[in-house]
Write a protein that binds this ligand. Structure first.
Ligand SMILES: Cc1cc2nc3c(=O)[nH]c(=O)nc-3n(C[C@H](O)[C@H](O)[C@H](O)COP(=O)(O)OP(=O)(O)OC[C@H]3O[C@@H](n4cnc5c(N)ncnc54)[C@H](O)[C@@H]3O)c2cc1C
Length: 312
């Protein structure tokens, strides 16, 4: 028997920023941490899959649907102690809202969050970041439900690396993030807002405004490849980093379309939904980019976007 708050057969399309994908077998929206924890613990008693989503800004649910239960995390609690810099935040709070509220209290560190859509929980799962910073840097504790048990763990539990954590792996532990504690350094409001504004300006000039999940693939850390690419800017050569968008553009796929899915002309690592794209069209376009880049450069692009549900 399913818990009574669950609704059967709900389309996930409106709950993803790509505006694509199929239906969840069971669906719920949770507004308090206790309610979320209880629902997760109840689901952990069974064997059906459970997926908690924030804004759906980093996922692609299959057109064939998602088995088990999908919960949208709408928890909103946030407390800030400006003197100590200790911040406790529900995992459903917007990452940008967290930046704005902490900046207002004179706390620095999260300037890079400006322009990253999604919740703090979603940010942690992919160790979201930009401009050489990432969300795990200032994290001190995480409250989770793991196999039905609620408790606080250290950041080491997440096994963070570049755009990755244990919760992104194949067969991840059955766990949901409830609340997070950060310790942020003090900063002067002018410096904080100037830095954030600078990042925002860079984003506006580079990112397409259409429906997307942001960068579809992770950038490639490969010093040899970086040296071989004659037109790669010197700064990137030095760092040994090759942007996925550079590689996709180099194989002539910028602007390429399959149905309603297009590799953006403005930023080739963004797959945009230019109207009615199916999840399959988006997946096929990503597979084409991956194949062409592998043929031309001998590297396999790793998706940053997570594929959910019933894929072949
Ligand atoms: C225009 C645009 C720009 C972007 N720019 C950036 C960028 O600069 N840097 C960057 O890193 N990312 C970027 N992204 C990607 C995305 O915004 C981030 O990965 C974001 O942090 C995801 O948050 P979310 O709440 O939308 O997660 P979702 O997409 O809802 O979920 C992502 C994954 O996390 C899991 N998850 C979510 N919440 C929880 C929870 N509470 N407990 C357990 N698991 C959970 C989900 O099950 C799923 O597997 C961008 C996306 C867009 C659309």
């Amino acid at each position: 028997m399913q818990p009574p708050q669950l609704i059967p057969d709900v389309s996930l399309r409106p709950f993803t920023t790509l505006r694509a994908g199929g239906r969840a077998d069971w669906f719920a929206q949770m507004r308090s941490v206790d309610e979320l924890a209880a629902m997760v613990a109840a689901c952990h008693q069974g064997t059906d899959p459970l997926i908690v989503l924030g804004w759906g800004s980093n996922v692609l649910p299959s057109d064939a649907g998602v088995a088990g239960t999908v919960i949208i995390n709408e928890t909103r609690g946030l407390t800030i102690d400006a003197d100590s810099g200790v911040v406790e935040v529900d995992s459903g709070v917007g990452f940008q809202e967290l930046f704005l509220k902490t900046a207002q209290q004179g706390l620095a560190g999260l300037e890079f969050a400006v322009g990253i859509p999604g919740t703090v929980g979603g940010a942690l799962v992919s160790n979201a970041g930009a401009y050489r910073s990432n969300v795990s840097e200032f994290l001190s504790e995480i409250e989770i439900v793991h196999e039905g048990e609620r408790g606080w763990v250290s950041p080491a539990w997440m096994e963070f690396s570049y755009r990755d954590s244990v919760l992104r792996r194949q067969n991840p532990p059955r766990a949901v993030l409830l609340r997070l504690r950060f310790k942020l350094p003090p900063g002067t409001p002018k410096a904080i807002y100037d830095e954030a504004r600078d990042y925002q300006r860079q984003r506006i000039s580079k990112q397409p405004p259409s429906a997307s999940a942001g960068s579809f693939f992770k950038n490639v850390n490969d010093a040899d490849l970086a040296q071989r690419l004659e037109t790669l800017p010197p700064k990137l050569k030095e760092a040994g980093v090759v942007p996925a968008g550079y590689l996709i553009e180099s194989v002539g796929l910028s602007g390429h379309r399959i149905g309603g899915a297009m590799l953006s002309r403005r930023h080739a690592n963004f797959i945009v939904n230019v109207g009615g794209a199916t999840a399959t069209e988006i997946r096929d376009l990503a597979a084409l980019a991956r194949w062409k880049v592998s043929e031309a450069h001998g590297v396999t692009l790793e998706p940053e976007v997570l594929f959910l549900g019933r894929w072949d």
